[in-house]
Design a protein around this ligand. Structure first.
Ligand SMILES: *Cc1c(COP(=O)(O)O)cnc(C)c1O
Length: 488
């Protein structure tokens, strides 16, 4: 154990010794340049570069060990609510890694890239088909950027209608933090709409509707995993003052194939390809947050647009009404290839089945856990649900954070905690559609055991994790004073 702990703290530099080599090229391969040649250019450095010098086996062991210290969805159940950490079929990864895609260059001539343009064009059509919006732009590279783009489109729409007084966007109190941040980002004001029993409080919404309202941002199903029953009334109300309604489609795997958000009155939306459509989510890796709009807003979508005319795909940059460019070149194309391949593999029946699985598994878990824990909302949920540890905190002094840490001892990535903010001591669980009943049951069993431990030995949970290399970290300090430099 001691060695494990010591090794876990080592950096590649700690193995370094002058002259060690992992790999040497035969001299014939090296350019015939001497130090004198470089000195003559005046470019010879005077200090040694601080590069580690290690043997090949040290190199391999170091990074293999690091890779094993990670926990990902390929290791086990990852019920991180709101994040949709589902398993991504490897075949889509293989397809995105085909040489023909890897070797593409954005400066290539249109004639040479007809294949990828067809994929981008068809992916936009598929998304329109699944979600009902007239057109999509694949440009935004994250959900949050999609929100920003959607709000800029909203702004342009109001400008075009001379609605210059409009400067308020309504945001539900259950919203993801990116929603209010995006509103602030475009320079508009936020008004928060309260929820009642996990749904938008209609009376509160009515009291906040005014001619200054530019729009409303809503996640549906919301972050409590509940579908807004009054959605038509909500969108009608916002439309009555010429406001636009934005669908935060991060929870698309709860409705895809069953609900076209346009039918519920939504005007603009983003979806997260890196949650719903087979790109790994997390670690800040590349993502894509395509934005869809209804027909009256299509002219505002970002450029470039991909079009199909006379049997040929082309890229259009000259759209006078467009909000302009929001990403270099064509966005994160590798993510789009995965989504395209995923949709083709699943087909419409497969996508519907994914939605069904996500919802059925969440309800199964919620039902079984409701015998042991308090669930924040009543009735059927969609793809996720929230537990409140309000009672346990009072009775045993055990908080949501403690249970999350104890779950690590049982070998799980903890669920989302303390979100949504409207639930005290929240634990937000999303099983996703790709889990088996066995893995879900095993997690439920762990949660039941933890409940028993609360009664018998709460300290075990309060001091968890017990079985990891390091215990409780000072998370605030880790954020405020990150140590990112190697000092010899
Ligand atoms: C993940 C998420 C977002 C933000 O998406 P990113 O791609 O992480 O920027 C927005 N809203 C909800 C509800 C989300 O779950």
């Amino acid at each position: 154990m001691k060695k494990l702990i010591e090794d876990s703290r080592k950096l590649i530099f700690d193995y370094s010794k002058r002259g060690k080599r992992a790999y040497s090229l035969p001299p014939d391969y090296l350019p015939q340049i001497t130090l004198d040649d470089i000195e003559a250019t005046g470019l010879l450095r005077t200090t040694r570069p601080g590069l580690p010098e290690v043997s090949e086996v040290e190199l391999v062991r170091h990074y293999t060990r690091l890779s094993k210290m990670n926990y990902g969805v390929d290791d086990g159940f990852y019920p991180l609510g709101s994040c949709t950490m589902k398993y991504n079929p490897k075949v889509n990864e293989d397809i995105a890694s085909m040489d023909g895609f890897l070797e593409l260059h954005p400066y290539q001539d249109e004639e040479d890239i007809q294949g990828i343009l067809q994929i981008l064009y068809e992916l936009e059509r598929y998304l329109s088909n699944i979600f009902g919006f007239s057109e999509f732009s694949l440009q935004p590279c994250a959900g949050a950027q999609g929100e920003y783009v959607g709000l800029v489109i909203m702004k342009e729409y109001h400008k075009s209608k001379n609605n210059v007084h409009k400067n308020i966007v309504l945001v539900a109190d259950s919203a993801h933090g990116t929603n209010p941040a995006s509103v602030t980002g475009v320079g508009w004001k936020i008004k928060t709409v309260k929820s009642l029993n996990g749904l938008v409080d209609m009376e509160d919404l009515k009291s906040k509707i005014s001619d200054d309202v530019a729009g409303l941002m809503l996640t549906n199903p919301n972050t409590l995993g509940v579908f807004e029953r009054d959605i038509i009334k909500i969108t009608d109300l916002v439309h009555s003052v010429d406001g636009l309604v934005y669908w935060d489609g991060a929870n698309a795997n709860a409705v895809m194939g069953y609900l076209k958000p346009v039918d519920a009155g939504f005007d603009i939306a983003h979806i997260n390809l890196h949650k719903t459509f087979s790109t790994p989510h997390g670690g800040g890796g590349p993502g894509a947050g395509p934005v869809g709009v209804i027909s009256k807003l299509t002219g505002f979508l970002p450029v470039p647009r991909t079009i199909f005319e006379n049997g040929r795909y082309s890229i259009v940059n000259n759209v006078p009404t467009s909000i302009g460019k929001v990403h270099a070149f064509y966005g994160n194309v590798n993510v789009m290839i995965r989504a395209y391949s995923y949709i083709r593999f699943m087909g419409s029946r497969g996508l519907k089945a994914a939605t069904e699985n996500a919802v059925v598994l969440a309800n199964y878990m919620k039902h079984r856990l409701s015998e042991y824990y308090e669930i924040a909302t009543e009735g059927i949920c969609k793809h996720e649900f929230v537990i409140s540890l309000k009672r346990e905190k009072k009775e045993y002094g055990v908080r949501a954070l403690d249970v999350a840490k104890r779950l690590i001892d049982y070998g799980y990535h903890p669920p989302t905690i303390y979100f949504p903010l409207i639930v005290t001591e929240a634990i937000m669980i999303e099983p996703t559609e790709t889990e088996t009943i066995e893995s879900v049951d095993a997690f439920i069993d762990a949660m039941i055991k933890i409940k028993e431990e609360m009664r018998n030995n709460p300290q075990l949970i309060i001091n968890a994790p017990q079985n990891t290399i390091v215990g409780r970290l000072d998370e605030v300090k880790a954020v405020k004073e990150p140590e990112l430099r190697y000092r010899a």
